[in-house]
Unconditional design. Structure first.
Length: 168
């Protein structure tokens, strides 16, 4: 086996690992987030927070959390797709994969901070805006050919808009 073949296999398996790991984590998170009566106090507090922040026009921490988590998930799916195409010899997907990896990291941090209700969210939101812009620019040439790139572009756009509203 040549070195080039080994690198192709490594890229494809890394992408598959990232996609699979994220899918399992999201499924576990969804299952753990049970909407039963034992969480009614938590949900009442979250709804109160959402209502008070809606009056000011600023997205809630919950909305910021969801925007970041969705962007992270879709970006990781895009990375997996890009790695598969790179392994098949499509070098034009490298920039897209790199930008999607970066936005996945940034949006994951945003989601985690928002989940904590951290006062660092505004700073991370500003950084996430830059990562979303970079990823959108890298994905845009591919949105008519690859559904994953189009979904990533749209998720970045939504996350960026939420971040702009939050950081304002």
């Amino acid at each position: 086996m040549e070195r080039r073949d080994s690198l192709k296999i490594l890229a494809a398996t890394t992408g598959a690992f990232l996609v699979g790991k994220n899918s399992v984590a999201l499924a576990a998170e969804k299952k753990a987030h049970d909407h039963s009566k034992k969480h009614s106090t938590h949900h009442a507090a979250a709804e109160s927070e959402k209502k008070s922040e809606k009056k000011s026009g600023k997205p809630s921490f919950s909305e910021l959390n969801h925007a970041g988590a969705h962007c992270n998930h879709v970006a990781q799916m895009c990375v997996g797709h890009c790695f598969t195409l790179i392994a098949q010899g499509q070098k034009n997907m490298v920039e897209c994969a790199q930008a999607a990896l970066e936005v996945a990291a940034m949006s994951d941090a945003l989601s985690r901070l928002a989940g904590l209700g951290s006062d660092l969210c505004a700073i991370q939101a500003k950084a996430c805006i830059a990562a979303c812009e970079k990823c959108m620019k890298a994905c845009e040439p591919h949105i008519h050919h690859h559904a994953q790139c189009k979904e990533c572009f749209e998720a970045c756009k939504d996350c960026m808009e939420t971040c702009k509203a939050f950081a304002a």
